[in-house]
Design a protein around this ligand. Structure first.
Ligand code: MN
Length: 306
């Protein structure tokens, strides 16, 4: 049996601007799965929390001079692999995620998945890998390498997700990394993985130029673990680490990736909301909105709507 889904989901930005599925360019896919988090729990509540906070995001994007949410068709999918309604095995989660994303890609939707724990990304990337014949680069923003072969007895632990992707033989570019174990450091050297560490980002102004040119393929899948961002901006994550990207560096980087490369899909993972603070989920919602705006600009969706 496939993992249970919950049908009642509030649409991203609210029902006033929600598009229907057929006319949408963007599909927000909530994946409320949490099983292997080890420090602060709560990322199964991440998707709902981002959707709720998105209702407070200003439609008008002052950087782009556009009301992105009114011009781009954004559809919010029902929640999948929801562990709040009972245990789901990693295998079930991976299966339902890959099947759902494959269907959305087949319908030519730009998918933004909201997690949920980072292990989900392996299934999302697998769906793209099966769809595209040419390779694409997985660009990861994260505090952690996520390159362990296994962790706490599971290869599907959230600390192993990039290892699964390296094992798929896809090129990777890792950004904001500042917490890795010896096994990961050795793997980075052995496989000569491309890593832009948070220290470099803080101290070397040319990091962004180098990171953009380190992406060797036209197509890019973007996976954002919210702990890659400075935890003073987003404290509501399961495994916070000091340092990380600031908001404007992140925005400039995302805009340039969308302009210079063909971003085929993305996910925003690991939000674990903090009771009595809305800053993490609101920042995550705004991040999603900015990605939609940058993609719309790069893909010509604004022109299509005017
Ligand atoms: Mn992480």
């Amino acid at each position: 049996m496939l993992a249970q889904t919950s049908t009642s989901v509030m649409p991203f930005l609210g029902s006033d601007v929600a598009a229907n599925y057929d006319t949408s360019q963007v599909v927000i896919l909530p994946i409320a799965y949490e099983a292997t988090t080890t420090y602060r729990r709560g990322c199964e509540n991440g998707p709902d929390s981002i959707l709720e906070a998105s209702h407070q995001v200003e439609y008008y994007d002052e950087e782009l001079d556009r009301e992105t949410g009114c011009e781009v068709g954004i559809y919010t999918h029902e929640t999948i692999a929801d562990t709040r309604s009972g245990d789901i095995s990693a295998e079930e989660m991976l299966k339902v995620t890959e099947e759902t994303v494959s269907k959305l890609i087949g319908d030519r939707k730009f998918v933004i998945a909201l997690g949920g724990e980072h292990s989900i990304t392996a299934a999302i990337v697998e769906a793209y890998r099966k769809y595209y014949t040419e390779p694409f680069t997985v660009v990861q923003i994260d505090a952690h390498g996520d390159l362990r072969h296994s962790y706490e007895g599971s290869i599907h632990n959230h600390a192993c997700v990039m290892r699964r992707i390296v094992d798929m033989d896809l090129p990777t570019v890792q950004i904001g990394i500042r917490a890795i174990c010896k096994e990961e450091a050795d793997l980075i050297k052995e496989k000569q993985l491309t890593v832009f560490r948070a220290r470099e980002i803080a101290n070397q102004p040319d990091w962004m130029e180098r990171a953009i040119s380190a992406i060797q393929t036209d197509k890019v899948f973007l996976t954002i673990d919210l702990d890659g961002i400075d935890p003073t901006l987003i404290p509501g994550v399961g495994t916070p680490e000091p340092g990380g990207l600031n908001w404007y560096a992140l925005m400039t980087f995302l805009r340039r990736v969308c302009e210079k490369h063909n971003v085929i899909g993305c996910d925003v993972m690991e939000l674990a909301p903090i009771v009595d603070s809305v800053v993490s989920q609101f920042t995550a919602a705004k991040l999603v909105y900015k990605i939609i705006g940058y993609q719309a600009l790069a893909k010509g969706w604004f022109e299509a709507g005017t």
